[in-house]
Design a protein around this ligand. Structure first.
Ligand code: SF4
Ligand code: SF4
Ligand code: SF4
Ligand code: FES
Length: 946
């Protein structure tokens, strides 16, 4: 397979219904009005030399290489900045133009290294290519004059370097940082010969505002900015398009390879979720795949205090099957279960739930969505009839008002955040509802119209209060509600929200948000044009998570902001395939496609396909499995690609459950925290080692393509298949595409999906079936999936987790850009330079009261546990609120979080824990025992596999 080279048309495509016809080099060309001559030429396969232009940013017109001649016009205008005109006659390659271009290139080359052979960009350099295209054969000025050839390389960023000697100050990097990424970290400083590119305040890239998205590196035509992996390994020789395995944006990448070695991950321009952009994780943090701590051999041990010993795949798989059978014989059919992974592919997840239902004969399957977006599933299916976001990402370009609730897109969903910021710079208005002043509130050229810094745990009160303003001020879209929603439910809801207890003035006392801000935000949302809501775990991970999702859906229906471009309700999904793992039937009560296990017609479909009788009773959720383990009725669990001992709340409860089981099987890349309690360890495979699909936050089904053989010999789906066969459930898939074919046969929303279609179309958004053969970018266009939209009354009930004299502060948790989830992957990359440890954000007032200074070690304690970590004093958090991340196991915020959970789905209340913070001298008791426990639990005795 060759290296994929996308065409660069020089300037962005223009959307216009009016077409213009002109002649370029004697060829008649028709393009939309407003298109540049350069793009028109490129579309006709006429290549105009260029250096400062590239098609993902506005033309700049600085390099003077792309000049053309136009009949009837004086001079030689730049083709990148000159729009086409009807009847125009353009020449792109005359003697005069060649002469001018050579002169320009010679000037550049007189101040440019001539190390053509040893240059890290040798073989793939736009600048050298243009010099070749123009036919520069000499540099008349030589290199003896004043130049920049001795400039010092900035290698401070762990992933790319900046060599000013190669820089031609074309400004593509500066514009990429502004227009594509929206960070504005780079500038051109000085004028003429003295002009140079600087990061931040003329400082190393690492200490500047740069967030390492890589857009500037990709834009650079000279290799002045270049990936260190390319410098080290040389140019790749082939590439494969695949999908990022980090967050729910689902960016497409070209994995650029030398044999089975990844040289570079370059965002793919035709990727429909990312359009060629990336963040530091997908772009650079892939080194964990070959990290020395990967476990590549299956391992067993009788007791968790024994050291691990390596065994063959056959022995490990046979052991799992016989142990699970033994447990079921001794303790009943329901005594075993499994947890599917939101990091694995759809095909792998589908096989896991099939193993539980058709193999174990119970519905004991659950997924990590239990602890993140299960309230989204329940809330949106109750109100709209489907458990997913309503829009595609492109829809944000049509939004006039963007409301972000309990999400931090610049850290959690960075590539989509860049799209959002672009729209905000174009003039859309922003409302942020979040206890913290997230970056989006004030970022270059973006200022939120309203930031509602609510007290953690009061989402429902604030969202209902927004509805109060909309109803009582006559801002309801009556026409939409009449036509599209259930009358009675609306009337009941409208009467409820209008009650005085839901007024902004009453809610100010509960939430701390000024009533005027609530009123202003509600008016803006209801009257500002197309209004779109994007929300995250700050909405769902509460005891009223489902109620808050319903409150959001109510707002969208009441204002008619649903069912067209630019509006909608959009959960920003955390993990790469959390949408897919839910779609594939990972929950204990639902078969694939969100169909209840109690429905005999649905069961009949799968019973026919699988040749078994299915249990109509919902199985156990993760917390119930652990409760049952402590009670002695649940004895065996197979956990694929999840680290519940680190990611789930109330760590003590989790570990007690795991300790009580007879057979804990963990399948993962590394010995994670859960593996400390495991009896069987099965090596997992990374996204680079298998074929399959992921589904992102916009319901987009993207292909994951294998670029290297599974390092442990088997892909995860092959391991599950082998366990099923050993257990007595025959599975004979030879490729994941056959699993997708089965999904399509059994699940109406996927009826039109196949690997062949995904190959041909790039990706599709479900539902994809006979009615929508190319997928569904925007849902609920002409009616809700459930028929009529249903309003729900959303009464605010304060969480039982209350502050008091012992625990006077509220802890809320989240993630940061450079780390991902429990950090298993990102902690094993150079991303640790940005976040080597979890820190506790605390307001200056609270810190001063406790005698805490910046960087002090502090004890963070709740009623369930305590840990220690360093303090960071900041007014990003309000007084009374502290914040930390959960990326590092040695601080582990979840030792602190409590057992409280969402009333409907058991999604844990991560976002509200009453805590106390005090100065500390050293690790907590928990941290000390954790260190000792891990030391014992991770011993590997190197008995070679048979
Ligand atoms: S670093 Fe590269 S992209 Fe930036 S101005 Fe220099 S040559 Fe152009
Ligand atoms: S890596 Fe991204 S954020 Fe950093 S300077 Fe380049 S474009 Fe800007
Ligand atoms: S935004 Fe998400 S999907 Fe895209 S590169 Fe970053 S982590 Fe990967
Ligand atoms: S490419 Fe047109 S002026 Fe540089």
């Amino acid at each position: 397979m060759p290296l994929i080279q996308e065409i660069d048309y020089g300037t962005p495509a223009i959307c216009s219904t009016k077409q213009v016809t002109l002649t370029i080099d004697g060829h008649e060309v028709t393009v939309p009005e407003g298109t540049s001559i350069m793009r028109a030429a490129m579309e006709a396969d006429i290549k105009v030399p260029k250096l400062c232009a590239t098609d993902n940013m506005a033309a700049f017109g600085s390099c003077r290489v792309c000049l053309v001649e136009i009949d009837g016009r004086n001079g030689t205008p730049a083709s990148c900045t000159t729009p086409v005109a009807p009847g125009m006659k353009v020449a792109t390659n005359t003697d005069r133009l060649r002469r001018i271009r050579r002169g320009v290139l010679e000037l550049y080359l007189s101040d440019h290294p001539v190390d053509t052979l040893t240059s890290p960009v040798a073989g793939n350099c736009e600048f050298h290519e243009v010099a070749g295209q123009i036919g520069v054969r000499e540099v008349r000025y030589g290199q003896a004059g004043k130049n920049h050839l001795d400039a010092i390389v900035d290698g401070s960023n762990p992933y790319f370097q900046f060599d000013p000697a190669r820089c031609i100050v074309c400004s593509r990097c500066v514009r990429a940082c502004e227009e594509v990424q929206g960070t504005f970290a780079l500038t051109v400083e000085g004028r003429g010969f003295a002009s140079k590119i600087v990061a931040g305040m003329d400082e190393p890239f690492l200490t500047s505002e740069c967030v390492s998205c890589g857009a500037c590196v990709q834009a650079c035509p000279t290799g002045s900015l270049i990936e260190k992996s390319v410098v080290e390994l040389g140019q790749p020789e082939h590439s494969v398009v695949t999908t990022c395995a980090y967050c729910g944006v689902g960016c497409s990448f070209k994995a650029e390879m030398q044999g089975e070695t990844v040289v570079n991950m370059v965002p793919y321009k035709d990727g429909k979720a990312n359009h060629g952009h990336s963040c530091v994780k997908g772009r650079f943090a892939w080194g964990y795949a070959t990290h020395r701590e990967r476990i590549l051999k299956p391992m067993l041990r009788a007791k968790t205090t024994d050291p691990w010993h390596e065994v063959s795949w056959d022995e490990a798989i046979g052991h799992v099957a016989s142990e699970f059978k033994r447990i079921q014989v001794q303790h009943g059919r329901g005594a075993v279960g499994l947890i599917t992974s939101s990091r694995c592919t759809n095909e792998e997840t589908y096989l896991m739930q099939k193993l539980a239902r058709a193999g174990f004969g119970n519905n004991n399957t659950d997924t990590c969505a239990r602890v993140c977006h299960s309230p989204t599933g329940y809330g949106l299916s109750s109100t709209f009839g489907t458990s997913a976001g309503t829009q595609d990402f492109d829809s944000v370009e049509h939004a006039d008002v963007i409301m972000v609730v309990g999400a931090n897109p610049t850290d959690g969903h960075p590539v989509f955040a860049s799209r959002m910021k672009k729209r905000l710079r174009e003039g859309a208005k922003l409302i942020v509802i979040d206890p913290r002043r997230i970056d989006l509130v004030h970022t270059p050229h973006v200022d939120a119209e309203y930031h509602l810094p609510l007290k953690p745990g009061t989402n429902v009160a604030v969202l209902t209060s927004l509805a109060h303003v909309i109803v009582t001020e006559g801002l309801v879209n009556q026409e939409f509600v009449r036509a599209r929603c259930e009358d009675d439910a609306f009337a009941e809801w409208a009467a409820f929200v209008a009650e005085p207890r839901n007024s902004p003035e009453a809610v100010e006392k509960i939430s701390g948000v000024p009533a005027a801000s609530i009123r202003g935000a509600a008016r803006l949302y209801a009257t500002g044009g197309n209004a779109a809501i994007y929300y995250g775990l700050g909405v769902t991970e509460h005891s009223q998570g489902t109620t808050a999702v319903m409150a959001i859906a109510n707002l969208a229906m009441a204002t008619g902001n649903i069912g067209r471009l630019g509006v909608g309700v959009n959960p920003l999904r955390g993990q790469n395939n959390v949408q897919g793992s839910c779609d594939m039937g990972s929950f204990p009560h639902e078969l694939p496609g969100y169909r209840h296990v109690s429905d005999p017609a649905v069961r009949a479909i799968f019973e026919r396909e699988w040749g078994v009788t299915l249990d109509p009773e919902p199985g156990l959720r993760i917390p119930n499995m652990l409760d049952a383990a402590v009670d002695g009725t649940f004895r065996g669990i197979y956990i694929q690609g999840e680290d519940i001992a680190q990611s789930d709340p109330d760590t003590h409860h989790i570990t007690s459950g795991l300790e009580a089981m007879e057979c804990v099987v963990v399948q993962d890349l590394f010995l994670n925290e859960t593996a400390n309690y495991a009896h069987v360890f099965l090596p997992g495979s990374t996204f680079l080692e298998k074929d399959g699909t992921f589904i992102n936050a916009e319901r987009r089904i993207n292909l994951v393509r294998k670029v290297m053989a599974p390092r442990a010999g088997l892909a995860d789906w092959e391991v599950t298949q082998a366990i099923a066969n050993a257990y007595g459930l025959p599975m004979h898939y030879t490729h994941p595409s056959e699993i997708m074919d089965e999904i399509a046969r059994t699940t109406p929303t996927f009826a039109g999906v196949s690997f062949a279609k995904l190959d041909a179309e790039g990706s599709v958004q479900w539902p994809c079936n006979e009615k929508a053969p190319h997928g569904t970018p925007v849902m609920h266009m002409n009616g809700f999936v459930r028929g009529k939209g249903r309003f729900f009354v959303t009464g605010y009930i304060a969480t039982d987790e209350k502050v008091g004299p012992r625990f006077p502060l509220l802890l809320t948790t989240g993630r940061i850009l450079s780390q991902y989830n429990v950090g298993a992957q990102t902690r094993r990359t150079a991303n640790v330079v940005w976040h080597p440890e979890d820190v506790l954000e605390i307001h200056p007032h609270d810190a001063e009261q406790r005698g805490i200074k910046e960087g002090d070690l502090v004890r963070l304690a709740s009623r369930v546990g305590a840990t220690t970590l360093h303090a960071h004093i900041t007014d990003r958090v309000a007084p009374g609120v502290v914040y930390t991340t959960f990326h590092h196991p040695d601080t582990q915020a979840n030792v602190i979080t409590t057992e409280f959970s969402d009333w409907a789905t058991n999604c844990p209340e991560y976002k509200v824990t009453a805590v106390q913070v005090s100065p500390s001298n050293g690790p907590s008791d928990w941290q000390q025992s954790y260190a000792e426990h891990s030391r014992v639990a991770r011993r590997i005795e190197l008995v070679p596999a048979k």
